[in-house]
Design a protein around this ligand. Structure first.
Ligand SMILES: Nc1nc2c(ncn2[C@@H]2O[C@H](COP(=O)(O)OP(=O)(O)OP(=O)(O)O)[C@@H](O)[C@H]2O)c(=O)[nH]1
Ligand SMILES: [Mg+2]
Length: 198
């Protein structure tokens, strides 16, 4: 048993229907992921299952010798609008979020903007925009502009099926969180990004 207690950091993985949220969490989490998959109601047949309530997985970060252990608690949102009530619940206590954007489906971007606005809740939470299914000509900054994402928000290419790609996204988000003012006492945890990834 470790002498130093783990610090927990809650992170939400957000995005429109079928953006790859569940895939992302399954790629990066240590061990089993709790999922709540059910049959999609849209009848489009694009996917066999959709997330009904949330995904949950953990990822331990090795902060180096002597430093405490940090554990990322990863919560994946449901994408279908009928489960929209879960978005506000899941973001409570989160220190940041990943906004997954499917570059090949601009028709999902309007929904993506709604999700982003819902999660931001006035005071902007640290976030990273992770774009998947990009084409050779795709301009990330153009996508950010279309979505109304501020230029200072990191935007990166990601393949949620690929663990190292998903880890890169989380590292970027972790650095964003660490760069902010520490939250007030009792309002979460302060994190440092000095260690390596397990
Ligand atoms: N080719 C390709 N497939 C991807 C990529 N990202 C995700 N996928 C696939 O797209 C599907 C996405 O499914 P999910 O991970 O269930 O998506 P989700 O965002 O959790 O969906 P909901 O919970 O229903 O909103 C999976 O079959 C992934 O393997 C990508 O970058 N490229
Ligand atoms: Mg899902």
């Amino acid at each position: 048993m470790s002498a130093t207690p783990a610090t927990s950091v809650k992170i939400v993985v957000a995005g429109a229907y079928a953006a790859g949220k569940t895939t992302f969490i399954r790629s990066v989490a240590d061990g089993g992921v709790v999922s709540t998959e059910t049959v999609p109601s849209d009848g489009s047949g694009t996917k066999a299952t959709t997330t009904a309530a949330m995904d949950f997985g953990r990822l331990a970060i090795d902060e180096g010798s002597g430093a405490g252990r940090t554990e990322l608690l990863l919560f994946g949102m449901p994408g279908q609008a009928r489960f929209e009530f879960m978005w506000r619940i899941l973001v409570q206590g989160a220190l940041g979020y990943v906004l997954l954007v499917d570059a090949s489906k601009p028709e999902t971007w309007r929904e993506t903007v709604v999700i982003d606005a819902t999660l931001a809740m006035g005071a902007r939470l640290p976030r990273v925009v992770a774009v998947n299914r990009t084409g050779p000509e795709q301009d990330l900054h153009q996508i950010a502009e279309t979505l109304g994402i501020e230029p200072e928000v990191p935007i990166v290419v990601c393949d949620p099926r690929d663990r190292s790609s998903a880890l890169e996204v989380l590292l970027t988000l972790f650095l964003e969180i660490a760069g902010r003012e520490p939250p007030a006492a009792g309002d979460g945890v302060a994190v440092t990004a000095t260690g390596g990834w397990k």
